[in-house]
Design a protein around this ligand. Structure first.
Ligand code: AMP
Length: 190
């Protein structure tokens, strides 16, 4: 099972990704988590991306693409994975296509979590208070939303055209949304 989960900042991709991945017995791979771990450990990569993340920009494709390519080559990803937060640019879509072509594998479905912007901004501001994430202040949140709308939202059309998109309402209690996702996937993949 090879899945992507996409959606605007604050829609709950990370939480849902972990649940779905556990449900299907595949690793959830979050580029955001990988970057955050590197920032925390002050690795050379972390030092390079910290500022970009702080202002809510995108890490350059060359860096992100090679991280994902290497991660997908690890043993636990041999039989499937769920990518959370990647691809986010057209270049990343193309890079992932190449990696998959190189291994003779393909994406089974792309989960698109859908929500209006207003409740998401409120949710992110609340998370900022609770978790104290460096990239969760109002200005950065708005910037991340704008970058998402410009660079990432248009990518959904590519996967829709390929017949891979599974759209799910992202607003609701966590288990409710999880249930919607697994039912939609079951319907799509059966
Ligand atoms: P996330 O946890 O997915 O919201 O990611 C947090 C931050 O990590 C983003 O705001 C970006 O700065 C960076 N990031 C994560 N994934 C990507 C990606 N696929 N391309 C570029 N930057 C990324």
């Amino acid at each position: 099972m090879r899945l992507l989960i996409m959606g605007p900042p604050g829609v709950g991709k990370g939480t849902q990704a972990k649940d779905i991945a556990a449900h299907y017995g595949i690793p959830a791979i979050s580029t955001g988590d990988i970057f955050r771990a590197n920032v925390k450990n002050e690795t050379p990569l972390g030092l390079e991306v910290a500022r970009i993340m702080e202002i809510g920009g995108y890490v350059p494709d060359e860096i992100t693409d090679s991280i994902v390519e290497n991660r997908l080559a690890e043993a636990d990803a041999a039989n499937g994975w769920l990518l959370d937060g990647y691809p986010r640019t057209l270049g990343q879509v193309e890079s992932l296509d190449k990696v998959l072509a190189g291994t003779g594998t393909a994406i089974d479905a792309v989960i698109s979590l859908v929500a209006a912007e207003e409740p998401l901004i409120a949710r992110l501001l609340k998370r900022a208070e609770i978790e104290g994430r460096a990239d969760d202040n109002e200005e950065t949140i708005k910037h991340r939303m704008a970058v998402y709308n410009e660079a990432t939202d248009p990518l959904l059309a590519i996967y829709r055209e390929r017949g891979l998109l599974v759209e799910v309402d992202g607003i609701g209690a966590i288990p409710e949304v999880a249930q919607r996702i697994t039912s939609a996937l079951d319907a799509k993949l059966s």
